[in-house]
Ligand binder design. Structure first.
Ligand code: SME
Length: 151
């Protein structure tokens, strides 16, 4: 199945899975699991804003760093710039934070709630240039669905 088709199937599932759950940790954990399993990524998870720092949230994959400062790494830069970052080769991103030496490319999507960034979705791949505009478009849609269902 093509990437686009997988995302098309995933979005309604994400909506059904997170609608009305009243449990942010649970919704984030299930969202990470759904995206990870559907797309077969290496690492899929959330970093959440608290006290002006990003803290590790629910994720799927190998163990990861606990905190990321504002403006640091791909996650902190996405938060600072308020936009999705697609990194084709992590070695070419100045200040990239390597939680795993196996990670070669990455996408980070900010999660907006009431016009404020409450966290980011971070996805890592073991291959170079895994992510493109298709991932960006669908994952931004996914984060909108998720955010609408967070309390
Ligand atoms: N690479 C990220 C850090 C988080 S791990 O990839 C899970 C970054 O540079 O922000």
């Amino acid at each position: 199945m093509e990437k686009k088709e997988k995302y098309e199937q995933m979005l309604p599932q994400l909506k059904a899975l997170t609608e009305g759950v009243n449990n942010n940790t649970g919704a984030l954990a299930n969202a990470a699991a759904l995206i990870h399993e559907t797309m077969g990524f290496f690492w899929t998870g959330f970093y959440l804003v608290k006290d002006n720092i990003l803290h590790l949230g629910p994720f799927q994959g190998p163990v990861a760093c606990y905190t990321i400062p504002y403006g640091k790494g791909v996650c902190g830069t996405s938060w600072k710039e308020g936009k999705t970052l697609v990194v084709k080769d992590v070695e070419e991103f100045p200040g990239h934070i390597a939680c795993s030496s196996l990670s070669r490319s990455e996408i980070v999507v900010p999660i907006f709630k009431a016009s404020k960034i409450i966290g980011v979705l971070d996805i890592d791949s073991k291959e170079i240039a895994t992510f493109d505009n298709t991932d960006k478009d669908y994952l931004e849609k996914a984060m909108k669905i998720l955010s609408d269902n967070l309390i």
